[in-house]
Design a protein around this ligand. Structure first.
Ligand code: HEM
Length: 401
């Protein structure tokens, strides 16, 4: 028999909720398998089992639309708004471009840039460092446009663009409006720099046009793919690295462990995603009425899932004697709900094969970021990509639990 879906009247997408995302999301997940968010008229599904099944059932939980989907928004209308077979056809072009040879070449370029950045950071030894501005954003703003083969001009627009696209994943609230400032010049740059004639022939971006030459996708789709790579790769990476630095500042014994065992770097990456995900929510649209554990979601009801709420499900995470809110590199990695479905899975997973992680882990042995990054990493990154000072309660709860 269908049960009444619990209703949440709070604003779970405003600045305050974003600052306290862990507590908000944990509460929503524990309430019920499905919770209606009345302000947005969507249903939130936050538990591993239901999210996992939903991601594999695109006929019911479709990507073709999402909560707050606006086809005329700044977000490139490709992949994230596609279901198979189009999704499969388009995604294959990215997958074919990321060959082992290409990945090895990229890894060498990343390493050279990381070494140069670390040399600069070490020169500031003893001074406070803004971990987002001086490490993670600085790194991504250099390597990402290089990876795609974008021209040198206008690269300062990269962050605002990522910030805007990220904001379209939520409601049009104050965070959205803040992100959309100066939208004209930013979009003008995106439009120009992703044109074929402006791309480096050796870059990943050009591979999309080569796919179009081979008839796998259209030339318009190729340009959209370059744009989607540009937006999908920016803030996710900036925030994931910032979160990891922040976690190491809060749990220095885990950083010491990583430095003594660089082969744990892959675990550190996965564990930092579990500990605090940069991708808090994503959405699908229900193509028919669905019943989840007796709770009804109407046709057309949004199904945002929260990546964060997946993190402390006891059945999916190995026992953590010190609790789910502590970082634990030795615990086996989380099995993310999206792992088995290509749709809903990051297209850039190949950028992190284990052998590369080990090499990068050796760099962690050489650099002790704890003291230098402490000040900057105390600021959390939020989905708009800007750094926010965390309220004392959240920080201390992370340490205490
Ligand atoms: C740590 C960094 C990253 C994280 C945590 C991350 C996470 C994700 C997630 C959760 C999705 C699925 C979204 C959904 O279906 O609603 C996704 C999709 C995607 N990501 Fe990433 N991502 C990261 C880095 C990157 C990078 C570096 C690139 C490109 C070079 C990239 C390109 C993409 C693309 C193209 C998609 C769409 C895939 C599809 O729909 O098939 N991501 N990412």
């Amino acid at each position: 028999m269908a049960r009444e879906t619990p209703v949440c009247d709070e604003d779970v997408f405003g600045s305050e909720a974003v600052r306290n995302a862990r507590a908000v999301d944990d509460r929503l997940r524990e309430t019920a398998p499905a919770v209606k968010i009345s302000r947005e008229n969507i249903t939130l599904v936050g538990r591993y089992e239901e999210v996992s099944k939903g991601l594999q059932d695109y006929r019911t939980f479709s990507s073709r639309s999402r909560p707050w989907h606006d086809p005329s928004s700044v977000r490139p209308e490709i992949l994230l708004v596609d279901d198979p077979p189009k999704h499969t056809r388009v995604r294959n072009v990215i997958a074919s471009a990321l060959t082992p040879r290409t990945l090895t070449r990229m890894a060498s370029a990343f390493e050279a840039d990381a070494d140069a950045l670390m040399r600069r950071v070490k020169e500031k030894s003893g001074e406070p460092i803004d971990a987002v501005g001086e490490i993670t954003r600085a790194f991504v703003d250099k390597v990402l446009p290089d990876l795609l083969g974008l021209p040198k001009w206008g690269r300062e627009n990269l962050s605002p663009f990522g910030h805007m696209v990220w904001a379209t994943l939520g409601p049009q609230n104050e965070l959205y409006r803040e992100a959309m400032e100066n939208v004209g010049p930013v979009l003008e740059w995106v439009d120009q720099c992703c044109n074929r004639e402006n791309l480096d022939p050796q870059g990943l971006g050009m591979q999309m046009f080569i796919g179009a030459d081979q008839g796998l996708i259209t030339h318009d789709e190729a340009k959209l793919l370059v744009q989607v790579l540009l937006s999908a790769a920016a803030d996710t990476t900036v925030m994931t690295m910032a979160t990891a630095i922040r976690a190491f500042c809060l749990f220095p014994e885990q950083y010491a462990l990583l430095r003594s065992q660089p082969e744990l770097l892959r675990n550190a990456f996965e564990e930092s995603l579990r500990w605090d995900s940069p991708s808090r929510m994503a959405g699908r649209i229900t193509t028919r009425e669905v019943e989840l554990q007796g709770y009804r979601i109407p046709e057309g009801g949004g199904q945002p899932r929260s990546a964060q709420v997946e993190r402390s499900r006891p059945l999916r995470h190995p026992p953590r004697p010190q609790g789910p809110r502590r970082l634990g590199l030795r615990a086996a990695c989380l099995r993310r709900a999206r792992a088995r479905a290509a749709r809903g899975r990051c297209a850039a997973r190949g950028l992190h094969p284990p052998h590369r992680a080990v090499r990068a882990g050796r760099r962690a042995r050489a650099v002790d970021v704890r003291d230098r990054a402490r000040a900057g990493a105390a600021a959390g990154a939020h989905p708009s990509g800007r750094t926010l000072k965390l309220p004392a309660t959240q920080e201390s709860s992370a340490c205490r639990t």
